[in-house]
Design a protein. Structure first.
Length: 180
């Protein structure tokens, strides 16, 4: 079934767009939360950033499982060799970043000695002991990964829009929510 479908499975589409919505909150929240004055609003944005990070980590694990189970459509026939290589590379890098970035964030928060709330329902257990040196090491890594992810998300979205509005092929339509 892996190469026979023309569009992505409904579950894959739902997971893709839910993850995208989370990322569209997480990245701007991450950019502004450190620059805000300390207080309840900053605390709330930190908590939401961490909650959505935990959700992205979970969604990514589910996405990977669904992708392996339901497969993906064959590459769009209109893609050039370069576009196919670039598409595979960007998708693989995004999957790695969608997993590693929140995992590093969780480790960083643990090393800071803070908790990772999940939408006020529960807290994730710390995965590292409190250690300022480890926090100082992980923090720039988390930030660099987040900037890299943001850049790749823009490339990914830009390519999809270019295919839809300029090349007029089915690249975007294959992932667009539908009744399949």
């Amino acid at each position: 079934m892996t190469q026979q479908r023309l569009t992505y499975a409904s579950a894959s589409k739902w997971l893709h767009w839910t993850t995208a919505a989370c990322i569209l909150f997480i990245i701007p929240a991450g950019l502004i939360m450190d620059r805000m004055p300390e207080g309840p609003l900053q605390d709330r944005i930190y908590d939401l950033h961490r909650s959505f990070g935990a959700l992205v980590l979970t969604l990514t694990a589910i996405r990977f499982t669904v992708r392996r189970w339901l497969g993906v459509p064959a590459p769009e026939a209109s893609l050039t060799k370069f576009e196919r290589i670039a598409s595979v590379a960007v998708h693989h890098m995004l999957y790695v970043l969608l997993f590693v970035t929140p995992l590093i964030g969780w480790a960083m928060v643990s090393a800071y000695g803070a908790q990772v709330p999940v939408f006020g329902l529960f807290f994730l257990p710390p995965i590292l002991a409190e250690n300022k040196a480890v926090y100082d090491f992980l923090s720039p890594i988390h930030h660099a990964l987040a900037y890299t992810m943001g850049t790749l998300v823009l490339v990914h979205a830009g390519a999809a829009l270019q295919h839809h509005f300029i090349k007029h092929d089915n690249v975007l339509r294959r992932m667009w929510p539908s009744k399949n």
